[in-house]
Design a protein around this ligand. Sequence first.
Ligand SMILES: [Zn+2]
Length: 98
Amino acid sequence: MPKEEIQIVTTLSPCTRRTVESRSSCSSILKNLGLVNIYSGVFDTSLGIEDNSIYRDIGINVEVTSDNYFKYVCKKLMRVFQEKRDLSLLEIKEGFVW
Ligand SMILES: [Zn+2]
């Protein structure tokens, strides 16, 4: 399957920058892999992302779901990240109980 036809599904829209210098953002990793079609539950407003214009500038397509239940669940997940912003993603995952 050509990479352009692959659709990546995420809960939150991918980050566009990293605070840790040695790592790339999810958006740049996806772009570098040629995976440019992303379907997300919500725009990650905790990162200041309100629409897909920033992704267009990067060269990837991010479409947000119109499914209200998927959106609801993803917004709840986003709240977890907002509340634990001072922790790394790994620390959040290790400490998160479903
Ligand atoms: Zn990321």
